[in-house]
Design a protein around this ligand. Structure first.
Ligand SMILES: [Fe+2]
Ligand SMILES: [Zn+2]
Length: 392
């Protein structure tokens, strides 16, 4: 049975004046502006059929698109537009429901599902970890999706990997490895004479994320692969900085706001490359819903800040309070990394560090590699939404 748009609007949008009725169509209680419908037409002339990119340019229309007729069938809507030559759009109703943007669109539409990765997060501290001890995933026998799922919930996974080749194969399943310095994609981290980085000494490493504080570049998924660990000390620890920030927001709201609003400078000097990296950024970054989206922290890179005389002392108060919170052992998941084990970390959520070790007591070598977080999340999104594109 067919129904026209004017019938539908009479029934469902009778509280609007007739001018409004000319501007949108209501399907299953959800309103879609005609300009949106015309812009998002999925016919092959408007949307390229294999790249799914938009060809139609709504900005060239001289007036708001108007329908000549709207026919609503059981599973699709057919709109014929007042255009010269006449144009027709056919939308599957299920497709429209997935892309609905009306205020009562509910939690099942695409925009909500894309934010689900955020909702999937389980914020943890040491007590949570002790009662929910994460398993170690053997990449040869465990399902690939099992550990990637844990990255989405906890921000890390511990993997058992036989050798470098297996690590390489694993990372290339997600995306190209990110070469940071020239062509190097695997960084051996061990104590060396004349170290250019604190990680190449036996010093303890305070909680930090790699690179994203002082370098311009993408969010990272980091892999810390243990090659050898014979040294005394050098235990690894992980911290869910989103959990720390959540508690910090409650306990110190004014400090929290200061860290959200005030950019400070992070820097790194590489004498061999003759690079002096310097970047200004806020330690805590929020998304458009005011939720914590990223934490950028690395005490060894945070110095010589460009703050005014009036700001300096107050900022130090907030900075030190947050730094102490990150170092609070009640947030630390502490363990000894064994050879063949690899930590995969969402670099801008879960901070990592290590206790000091005695470099003379034995070799401790971690090989570190990265890929872009973008590849990881885009792959997850593709799994979720490919049917919206590939089945029509
Ligand atoms: Fe690091
Ligand atoms: Zn079209």
């Amino acid at each position: 049975m067919s129904q026209t748009a004017s019938d539908l609007n009479k029934k469902k949008t009778s509280d609007h004046n007739s001018k409004d009725n000319e501007r949108w169509l209501t399907i299953n209680g959800k309103r879609f502006h005609y300009i949106w419908l015309r812009d998002n037409c999925i016919c092959p002339a408007c949307r390229h059929p294999t790249s799914f990119q938009k060809i139609n340019d709504i900005s060239t229309f001289s007036s708001i698109p108007k329908p000549l007729s709207v026919v609503i069938e059981e599973d699709q809507v057919i709109i014929t537009w007042q255009e010269e030559p006449i144009h027709q759009s056919i939308f599957p109703i299920a497709w429209l429901m997935d892309y609905a943007y009306d205020q009562d669109a509910g939690t099942n539409n695409l925009h909500q599902k894309l934010e689900l990765h955020k909702k999937q997060e389980i914020l943890w501290d040491r007590a949570w970890i002790e009662t929910n001890l994460p398993r170690k995933y053997d990449i040869n026998t465990d399902d690939f999706d099992a550990w990637t799922e844990q990255i989405l919930t906890l921000g890390f996974a511990i993997l058992k990997i036989n050798n470098h080749q297996d690590l390489e194969n694993l990372i290339s399943k997600i995306g190209p490895r990110d070469p940071f310095e020239g062509e190097r994609v695997l960084f051996p981290v061990k104590s060396v004479p004349g170290a250019t980085d604190l990680s190449e000494t036996g010093y303890a490493l305070d909680p930090h994320g790699d690179y994203e504080t002082y370098k311009f570049g993408p969010h990272l998924l980091q892999f810390l692969y243990c090659v050898e660990n014979r040294a005394t000390g050098g235990e690894s620890f992980l911290i869910d900085a989103f959990k720390v920030a959540k508690d910090f927001r409650q306990n110190h709201p004014s400090y929290f706001n200061l860290l959200v609003k005030t950019p400070i400078q992070f820097q790194q000097i590489y004498t061999d490359w003759q690079y002096y990296y310097r970047r200004s950024r806020q330690i805590i970054e929020l998304d458009r819903k005011e939720q914590v989206r990223a934490i950028y922290f690395g005490h060894s890179h945070a110095y010589n800040w460009d703050l005014s005389f009036e700001q300096m002392e107050e900022y130090y108060e907030a900075y030190c309070a947050f730094s102490c919170a990150l170092k609070d052992p009640s947030y630390h998941y502490c363990f000894r990394l064994e050879p063949g084990e690899c930590i995969a970390v969402q670099n801008f959520r879960v901070l990592h560090g290590r206790n000091a070790f005695d470099a003379n007591s034995g070799v401790r070598q971690l090989d570190v590699s990265y890929t872009r977080w973008d590849y990881f999340i885009a792959r997850e999104n593709f799994k979720l939404f490919q049917t919206l594109y590939l089945n029509d």
